[in-house]
Write a protein that binds this ligand. Structure first.
Ligand code: WT7
Length: 649
């Protein structure tokens, strides 16, 4: 980390880039002079309102903010119809590339027809404004269409990542009380069809309020069918009218719920509303990526199951009328140059991806991007976790030919849109730092006592003023919302991240300071994985830590104590390996394959304080191959010796 803060390289924008950029330094000045006026201006310029607003921010119900409260609009109208009305119906909205190589071109006019049909189909299944709809789909155009169809009728969607298990899907459906699930037979992953529908059946078998399942056909594989409940997507769309009038909603009408891991075992349903969220998505997408909708081809590699897919695949780009690439599969199918082949093929000019992907490509080697013409690229973005300066430099040099600006964008599911990031035509970029709050955004780094740290100091990242895309709460749990984010530093939003200010006052993010891990840019809760492990009959106790990993940022490492009978059986049968494999699969089944521990160590004891709190710090030392640190507060100081000895066995 010390290393990182001595990073002195800086890459100012080229004069040519700065001259054509959407954003200039004046943007910061305008926002600083009148923050609310600035956001009102953006909201009016970037969105079409069916009823203009007269009030900008109302924070009298803090910590729940209202933005543009008396305005009315529709998200799908803003993302689709108005572009067609403005004469851009022929512009490509989505260049879809399936993993097997099949392609589809979806123009804004096509999108309008398909979203309208889907909205009518949902209405025919009984979905009304305000009802929740769960979406469990692969990365195909229908994922975007489904989200927009929900938005069109004002039915908040809850997208569940296709890699999550039936168990995870079940708890999310029930928490949001979804009436309909939109899914597919399957999707293509690593060269073969992978089924999705069976997980929906399994989730629904556990009991949910779901009345209908709309099944999109993607792979054509056989799927179990429940007559009366399941509806074939193609039939429903064919029967539906291509005309649909978008439902006007209040600016604060819920747009979606998206579940994310917190510090307890239960995922939080992060609630986002319509007007402020869309305004900030559109603003950030336009300025951070310098989007020119007439000429750019934009590609964000995130799955719609994560917030990045919501804000920077569906809403930001489409509200801005962008042309984008949507790719279904993995970066190494069929070859390790698939991404670069796509950049060349579609002449992608703006690429937005995650540090873990960049590090993976780095590991595969420069020969793969080297096989392709990447000269169309002009802006590169990064999101999801701190990007180490080496990966940042590789991204700029190898992918961006040492010419393209790189923007490291810090934000969260909760913030809804980008908060801290360089502006590519303005900021002299420093490899590894997200640097400055965007115009209209206020952030600071505080010490333990809540005092701002001076330049050179480190502490906790907070957001000091409400912002338009901020979460409006945790679905069904206002108290948890207040406790989690607003109690550590009263009146300020505590993000859960550690940060430092360098000598110029630029912000460097240092990772989570709570029990949340970041594996490949995906948020996982230590407690949630621990709960999954102890739900297995063989496990008595479990402790999970995030250990540093060169590719994935962090990796899940679990320490488990087996029940005495299970231990005996495993020892007798010499089945230690099998136990570990079984537990890893159990976690995949309970949460999803992304949560599978990289390693599981069977131990006799866990290090605990006298009050019984597990000291994860010591376990992290072990998991990262260090000598365990200070053990003086342990109830039994020999425990760490036993664990280290066990490791050497
Ligand atoms: C957490 C939020 C935002 C979309 C993807 C993740 C970490 C995110 C950065 C960055 C350092 C980052 C933080 C944050 N994070 N972007 N540019 N530099 N850390 O969304 O799952 O809600 O996770 O990801 O720790 O709190 P998320």
């Amino acid at each position: 980390m010390e290393n990182l803060l001595r990073e002195e390289r800086s890459f100012p924008p080229s004069p040519e880039f700065a001259a054509q950029a959407n954003a200039g330094p004046d943007l910061y000045e305008r926002a600083a002079a009148d923050r609310e006026g600035f956001w009102a201006e953006q909201a009016r310029e970037l969105l079409t309102w069916s009823k203009d607003f007269t009030e900008v921010l109302d924070f009298s119900g803090a910590p729940v903010a209202r933005w543009f409260g008396d305005g009315r609009l529709n998200a799908a109208y803003n993302a689709v119809d108005r572009h067609v009305e403005a004469g851009h119906g022929d512009r490509v909205a989505i260049h879809f590339e399936g993993e097997p190589g099949d392609t589809r071109t979806v123009t804004y006019a096509d999108l309008k027809e398909q979203v309208s049909r889907a909205a009518n189909a949902l209405a025919a299944l009984g979905v009304r404004t305000g009802d929740r709809v769960a979406i469990y789909l692969p990365m195909i155009p229908e994922a975007v269409i489904a989200m927009l169809a929900c938005a069109r009728i004002g039915a908040p969607h809850s997208v569940v990542f296709g890699g999550f298990s039936a168990e995870a899907l079940h708890s999310r459906i029930n928490d949001a009380e979804a009436r309909v699930v939109i899914t597919a037979d399957g999707g293509y992953r690593r060269g073969k069809p992978s089924a999705l529908k069976p997980a929906v059946d399994e989730a629904l078998a556990k009991g949910t309020p779901v009345e209908h399942v709309l099944v999109v056909e993607r792979t054509g594989q056989d799927v179990p069918w429940t007559e009366g409940r399941d509806v074939r997507g193609a039939d429903a769309l064919a029967a539906a009218s291509p005309e649909h009038t978008p439902v006007d909603v209040e600016a604060e009408h819920p747009l979606f719920i998206l579940y994310t891991s917190g510090t307890t075992g239960k995922p939080k349903g992060i609630l986002h509303t319509t007007g402020g969220y869309l305004a900030q998505c559109a603003f950030t997408h336009k300025h951070v990526f310098d989007l020119k909708p007439e000429t750019d081809v934009y590609w964000c590699t995130a799955d719609i199951g994560w917030v990045t897919g919501h804000s920077y695949v569906t809403y930001g780009p489409l509200v801005n009328g962008a042309t984008q690439v949507l790719y279904e599969g993995t970066p190494d199918t069929p070859g390790k140059d698939r991404w670069w082949e796509l950049v060349e093929k579609y002449k992608v000019s703006i690429l937005y991806t995650a540090p873990t992907a960049i590090r993976t490509c780095m590991k595969w080697g420069a020969e793969y991007p080297g096989k392709h013409d990447l000269s169309s690229l002009r802006v590169l973005g990064s999101v999801g976790e701190p990007i180490n300066p080496e990966a940042w430099m590789w991204y700029r040099r190898t992918i961006g030919a040492d010419r393209t600006p790189v923007v490291d964008t810090w934000w969260q599911t909760e913030t809804g849109a980008i908060m801290i990031s360089p502006l590519p035509g303005v900021t002299a970029a420093k490899p590894g730092s997200a640097q400055v709050p965007l115009p209209g955004i206020s952030a600071d780094v505080l010490d333990e006592r809540g005092e701002p740290v001076p330049n050179g100091g480190g502490g906790y990242l907070v957001l000091t003023d409400p912002w338009p895309a901020m979460l409006r709460g945790i679905w069904g749990d206002p108290q948890r919302f207040a406790d989690t984010y607003w109690s550590r530093f009263p009146g300020m939003y505590f993000a859960g991240d550690g940060a430092k200010k360098d000598d110029d006052g630029d912000i460097w993010l240092l990772g989570r300071v709570d029990d949340v891990m970041n594996v490949s840019g995906h948020r996982l809760s230590t407690t949630e994985i621990e709960s999954a492990l102890v739900s297995h009959p063989m496990v008595a106790e479990a402790a999970v830590v995030g250990a540093k990993d060169d590719t994935t940022g962090q990796a899940v490492v679990a320490f488990v104590i087996l029940r005495a009978d299970a231990l005996e059986r495993a020892d007798e049968a010499g089945e230690g390996e099998d136990v570990v494999a079984e537990l890893r699969n159990h976690v995949a089944k309970e949460i999803g394959p992304i949560a599978k521990p990289r390693s599981i160590l069977v131990v006799a004891e866990l290090p605990k304080t006298r009050s019984g709190k597990i000291m994860r710090r010591l376990l992290r030392d072990i998991a990262e191959g260090r000598e365990a640190g200070d053990v003086t507060t342990l109830a039994d100081s020999t425990v760490m010796d036993q664990i280290s000895k066990g490791m050497q066995r």
